[in-house]
Design a binder for this molecule. Sequence first.
Ligand SMILES: [Mg+2]
Length: 375
Amino acid sequence: MKILKVSVKHIKVPLKKPYSLSKVVGTIKNTEPIIVRIVTDKGIWGIGETDPLQLFTEETPETIKMILEKYICPAILGLNPLNIANIHKRMDQVVKGNYLAKAAIDIACYDIIGKYANLPIHSLLGGRLREEIPIMWSLGSDLPEKNAEEAIKVKEQGYRSIMIKVGALSISDDIERVKAIRNAVGRECSLIVDANQGWDTHSAIRFAKLVEEYSISLFEQPVPYWDIAGMVKIRQNISIPLSADESLFTINDAKALIEKKAVDVFSIKVCKHGGIYKAKEIMDLAKTFGISCMMNSMIEEGITQAASLHLGASSNNLWKFGHAYFSPLRLKEDITDYSMSIGKGSIKINDQSGLGIHIFDEKIEKYKVDEVTIS
Ligand SMILES: [Mg+2]
């Protein structure tokens, strides 16, 4: 089998309502994924997606499109997509880094392999260990009463894990929000706080000590991505488990976090690591060192989410609470039927071949900003 052509589409989809994260990342109103479709000489095609977010990822939709057009796609034309290791080797030979651009190609190749073998991607990764996975919901920065109201609503919908975005307001204001949410949902829900790099070490320790009484399951990325020493100091001084998100892109990042004993949990996002292949390498390494993995997400459409779901389905190292498989519900529209598998606080894993989702091409066209085909 050979890759004949790759189409690259930049789309822009509005969120149902603005999503307010820390003061570093700001408020998000749209997501701008890059969608790739790889066509082969055997008539089988695969679809991939990647989800840049400025100030979180170094890459932007424009840089990803350019890197795919000028470097990656010309280098993989004529290669066999069934040999994913070789596709990665070739991509790494032509351009360093650019993990999000490479992730879109990786996901599309896995989709092709699954369709060719008539197997779901989770079977290619070792097989699925569960039929469904509990989902978390995520609350952006808002007034305590508004956050509490939304928390009650999602609890009624079956969610038992809630991520609270902190780090945009003062510590005392964020504590008030956590308190209001805990009081609203009671003790059955696990609460995760994610500061998206919004604080320094001292503020993070102060926040963690004050928030302890509200029974927090996880504290994610309190300090800037480069501050591993800060993460170590925070972990030594608080009792809440700590996770790395923005600090964890590559396997070398994972190695440094492990060596320095900086975190308890890895926050996995298929596209930031360069795709399923490289995310799995990180997850396997994590397991060896007793670090569990939370399947997290950027603001994703159903393609990246499905890729992440196959990876989560086959992992024997998942964090015990909810995972971020709800992202398309934040969007005005999903370009796939992925969200149909979301039930009462969990997502069902199907056994259809490849990614196991249906793509609505007319929606991709509706939200398209720009496109290029490389053949
Ligand atoms: Mg995060």
